[in-house]
Design a binder for this molecule. Structure first.
Ligand code: GAR
Length: 200
């Protein structure tokens, strides 16, 4: 275990990407999960992580009433205590400041449900449909202070089908997220930052 990279995973919701990452970190994989952390103590992802025997923690953002720096000062503590080498944002729905990102420069990843640089921010599936795009997908990228920016480490594409809704598209892309993120993390933890491209 000592030669393995330690990975902290941040979630806000159900944590299906977190589960895919955790399940991938076995055998000769160069990393192991050390912490699952949420801004919501009720997040489904925390229960799944605890059931898998992984240390969990929660820092509720709401008492900080929009004071991002104060929230992040608490959020960073369990990550630093865990000794994480790599931080994976997996459906973590809080915007992070440059101060927080600076702690983990070059070792924090995020998955975003669009083919970046298209559709940064929210409602990506509805926006792809509205634009009439023929394909859509997801991206894993290194986190930098700018939102949904940073070097691209991998993308998976899916066709947009006739009759697709934001929900059907989201579900088709989530399947690809669960392929892409573990693939990128395995490479990244092994020191390979060259991007991987998958076709759904
Ligand atoms: C995923 O689709 C992820 O790409 C998206 O939230 C979902 C989380 O699902 N992330 C973002 O929109 C980040 N801006 P999960 O909790 O089941 O992994």
């Amino acid at each position: 275990m000592s030669d393995k990279k330690k990975v902290a995973i941040l979630v806000s919701g159900g944590g299906s990407n977190m589960v895919a990452l955790v399940e991938s970190m076995q055998g000769d994989h160069p990393a192991r999960p050390c912490l699952v952390l949420s801004n919501d103590a009720e997040a489904g992802g925390l229960k799944k992580a605890a059931a898998a025997g992984i240390a969990t923690a929660a820092v509720d953002h709401r008492p900080f009433k929009g004071d991002r720096a104060a929230f992040e000062a608490e959020l960073v503590k369990p990550i630093l205590e865990s000794g994480a080498d790599i931080v994976c944002l997996a459906g973590f729905m809080r915007v992070l400041t440059a101060g927080f990102v600076g702690h983990f420069q070059g070792r924090m990843l995020n998955i975003h449900p669009s083919l970046l640089p298209k559709y940064k921010g929210l409602h990506t599936h509805a926006r792809a449909l509205e634009a009439g795009d023929s394909e859509h997908g997801c991206t894993v990228h290194e986190v930098t202070p700018a939102l949904d920016d940073g070097p691209i480490l991998g993308q998976a594409r899916v066709p947009v089908l006739a009759g697709d809704t934001a929900e059907t598209l989201a579900a088709r892309i989530l399947v690809q997220e669960h392929r892409l993120y573990p693939e990128v993390l395995r490479r990244f933890a092994g020191g390979d930052r060259s991007p991987v491209y998958l076709q759904g």
